[in-house]
Design a protein. Structure first.
Length: 532
């Protein structure tokens, strides 16, 4: 298949509005940038001439005042998970934030209001002033019908703007103010407190992190072949599927760019009644493709034999401490379902494992993370899809559950933030780091094993207290190597990994030492040795 490179585009929409809303955008030298200016943009219609003053000059038309009977109660910023940035009349500091906001990524600004008893529903003008790091300003003005207090059930009961990525940078700040659109309420008492945030008229920080955050994934079409069966071609990976996968990975991860690349097709001739052998081959395929350590590899398969019963996909491992040496674990796979939605939901989940995420308990999941803070696997907060414009209530479930209606929790968002930050930083390095050599074993539930070598190291990996590997030459033990030993997610297969020292010398046999000193000879002649 022809290689396809897909990079998510940026969206430039400042501000966005729903049907029936009126929105204008201006710099500080525009009429709409002046909160006391004419909200209609300078176009007025009169039926009578202006009244002459004592000097014979026309008296100036009165200007609408600050809004009466309504207060700004809360301001949130949402790049996927909702983060409070304004509350109780002032800015929300770092201690009050629940999640990271990142630079060069769109933001949904949402302003909640409360109205006084006896409120008369009417249109109110809201001014959002963004001050950028270079002290330039962008002012977005929105006129909206306010019928009552903001409620979470009615998205449009809040005032909102969609801020494009080009404006989102560390050091940016904001100010919100509400204004009447007519002079009908000018005679009412001045509002106290004023309908603005911050209340003192200053600028509040948005709180944008200064980070380079990207994800790069190689999508591998898997051509499954079984002797004597017509299994067909590898799944087609068209632009529509790539867009769908990229959008949903982007929406649920703190990144400003997702890149998907279609890799050459991998032919797999074993049974898929277990996905573990395919994952072994995908892990080896990483080194054959000279895949950089920051890049993930994801196999897309349509099993000819039906595949593992009840399993939609699987990850090779859960590398919770991201290093270049454990890049061989950034491998996962999933089924190509008939729908792009099911295919992509599995994709986001399995890539989550390779980002270091365990399951979240909701529906009988194994290997769950006990530190997850929300009961039942709920996301616990509101979320918003920057690509599909979908609101996700707190009752949705984290994408690392097996439950339906999934989205990212703020806890999950924060969990992968340092992983993405670390991997993204490797893109900036000029030269590839020389890796050592790992001897990797896959220990299957039936006692059989697969072994191969791959570039990598055990730097930062937790080592087992009871598992090791004895290397032998002519029957003599020449080295005993500590091992990393862990179970694969959604599988009964265990990974057994040792690092081969550069000066190990020759060896022609090996024994795997397990619990209570049990000795398991390695089928040495079946080891697949690294050739590049």
């Amino acid at each position: 298949m022809k290689n396809i490179l897909l990079t998510l585009p940026l969206v430039f929409l400042l501000p966005a509005c729903g049907p029936g809303d009126e929105t204008t955008v201006a710099g500080t030298d525009s009429d709409t940038g002046d909160p006391t200016g004419d909200p209609t943009g300078g176009e007025t219609t009169t039926t009578e001439g202006p009244t002459a003053g004592p000097t014979g000059e026309p008296e100036p038309e009165p200007e609408p005042a600050m809004a009466r009977g309504v207060q700004v109660t809360k301001v949130t910023a949402d790049q996927g998970v909702e983060v409070p940035i304004g509350l109780d009349g002032g800015a929300v500091g770092g201690a009050g934030r629940n999640a990271y906001l990142i630079n060069n990524r769109e933001i949904l600004f949402r302003v909640e209001v409360d109205v006084e008893d006896g409120w008369t529903p009417r249109e109110i003008r809201a001014d959002l002033t963004l001050t950028l790091p270079d002290d330039t300003q962008q002012v977005a003005t929105k006129v909206q019908l306010i019928e009552g207090d903001t409620t979470r059930e009615d998205f449009d009961s809040a005032i909102w703007w969609f801020i494009p990525a080009e404006y989102v940078a560390p050091g940016m700040s904001y100010n919100i103010s509400l204004w009447e659109t007519t002079t009908d309420y000018n005679d009412l008492p001045e509002p106290d407190p004023k309908p603005m945030l911050p209340l003192d008229g200053s600028l509040a920080p948005v709180g944008i992190e200064d980070s380079y955050m990207t994800m790069r994934i190689g999508i591998v079409p898997i051509k499954h072949e079984i002797q004597g069966q017509n299994c067909g071609d590898a799944p087609e990976i068209d632009e529509a599927l790539l867009n769908y996968m990229a959008d949903h990975l982007y929406m649920q991860n703190p990144v400003h760019e997702v890149t998907l690349e279609v890799e050459p097709t991998l032919v797999y001739q074993g049974s898929m009644n277990s996905f573990s052998p395919l994952l072994n081959q995908l892990s080896q395929y990483r080194s054959e493709l000279n895949t950089p350590p920051e890049k993930y590899l994801y196999g897309l398969a349509r099993p000819c034999d039906g595949g593992a019963d009840g399993v939609g996909g699987q990850a090779y491992g859960i590398p919770t401490n991201p290093t270049k040496g454990n890049a061989y674990q950034r491998v996962s796979m999933g089924r190509r379902y008939a729908s792009n939605g099911s295919t992509t939901e599995t994709f986001v989940h399995e890539v989550g494992h390779t980002q270091g995420r365990y399951h979240i308990a909701c529906s009988g999941e194994a290997g769950t993370d006990p530190s997850y803070p929300y009961a039942g696997g709920d996301i616990g907060i509101y979320g918003f899809g920057l690509r599909d414009w979908t609101v996700h209530p707190p009752s949705n479930h984290d994408y690392m559950t097996y439950c339906g209606n999934t989205w990212v929790s703020d806890w999950g968002w924060n969990k992968v933030y340092p992983i993405i930050q670390t991997l993204s930083s490797w893109e900036m390095e000029d030269e590839a780091e020389d890796m050592g050599t790992l001897l990797v074993g896959a220990i299957y539930p039936d006692g059989t094993e697969d072994w191969w070598t791959t570039p990598g190291s055990l730097e930062g990996e937790p080592l087992s207290a009871v598992h090791s590997l004895e290397l032998k030459n002519g029957g003599e033990v020449i080295a005993t190597l500590p091992a990393a030993y862990n179970r694969r997610p959604e599988s009964e297969t265990y990974n057994f990994v040792v690092e081969l020292p550069d000066d190990i010398g020759e060896f022609n046999a090996a024994d795997r030492i397990a619990e209570e000193g049990a000795v398991h000879p390695v089928q040495f002649e079946q080891i697949k040795w690294l050739t590049n």
